[in-house]
Design a binder for this molecule. Sequence first.
Ligand code: LLP
Length: 472
Amino acid sequence: MSRSAHPAGPRHADVLPEGHYTAPPADLNSLDSRVWAQTVERTPEGAVAVGGLDVRRLAEEFGTPAYVMDETDFRARCRAWRDAFGSDADVYYAGKAFLSRAVVRWLHEEGLNLDVCSGGELATALDAGMPAERIALHGNNKSDEEIERAVEAGVGRIVLDSFQEIARVAHTAARLGRRQPVQIRVTVGVEAHTHEFIATAHEDQKFGLALAGGGSSSEAGEGPAAEAVRRVLMLDSLELTGIHSHIGSQIFDMAGFEVSARRVVGLLTRIRDEHGVELPEIDLGGGLGIAYTPEDDPREPHEIAKALGDIVTRECEAAGLAVPRLSVEPGRAIAGPTAFTLYEVGTLKELEGLRTYVSVDGGMSDNIRTALYDAEYSVALVSRASAAEPMLSRVVGKHCESGDIVVRDAFLPADLAPGDLLAVPATGAYCRSMASNYNHALRPPVVAVRDGQARTIVRRETEEDLLRLDVG
Ligand code: LLP
């Protein structure tokens, strides 16, 4: 179908069957700073640049699809978190959001610590020179090898997730002649969603040890968490330094964190009363939301630091406890906004009166979040400016299933054509780290851009990489 034969004008919500969209933006060429990385701008020529580099040049040099990461923004976010929490607190970047050797070096240089949750993440952290004492190891099913490697390396913290693990870490530490600092991960009874939080049944999730006993009150009750504390305190090879709570991800509302902080302090009080021990640390996990579309309104690190600091201080003072050292574990809030995925437009399929399907050269293999979580993204034409009418579009990938959607509903200029470049912002977290080889797709590179320089920090996969694993 020739696109000119069916000129695509603006679509109106009342004729559209489904979807989340507001009116088309006044100017399709504008780049909302809430969703784009710090140094992204539209140049006078009309194309988009990041770190001073034109995306057309990046596409030429590195190919598409590619994740383009604004190193200046990444480092600035690290500093914003570190400065907001100050010297009385520690910021552990959650490596699951996106981890590579370069990222580990940036974190190290910017004074952040690192949360890892697998042997692979631990290996990357150590290989890139993160001091072991600044690493925390997480996971609900750590293997013996992972525990041994972490204890041997001297990681600063292992976060214990179950009764079995208490015994396994204690045993490994004893065998290696170490006293391993540990925290206990508790589930405080709040499950946070984007704008709300609801009480959950503690037994109905795999992580951590519940504060509550019989499913009634979650206030530092006689639950598995209190029993875990008792057991850890009896083991010479473990040094219990604190309590850990992570309530969820992509959260905008601070209320869930407040409940979590209050309940964790409740447990610290109980520990003091029962064992005469004041634990020196609290970790309130990660989970702070970012803007995927301009409608999202995330909190700034200094607001988060103030809210968490105030509640912990208030609760501790009320209980007569010394205020413990606070730590947090942001992943998405640091990495997420710093990257966009650069795609080339291929096939266009217009469904009259409905929408235009815009196929790009990637898809659910480089961004599974839309298919998996119904996540919403925005998208822009970045290789040129356009004065054409807005066209309701669905940006889809090249995989063999109809759920292969990258951006469900977006307005793109109606003169969009094969060969144009699109960018989907806010893909720095949980995109490359959750990428797959579905349909033998080659996972895209991560290109870091800073001050007019671009370099590959994770290279594109090749067919040789795929075939190397295929040893049959
Ligand atoms: N700490 C712990 C113990 C965690 O489990 C997580 C995330 C974090 C910190 C970091 O959370 P963040 O600040 O990034 O929200 N794949 C999902 C997100 C899963 C998060 C798992 N745990 C997504 O793409 O939305």
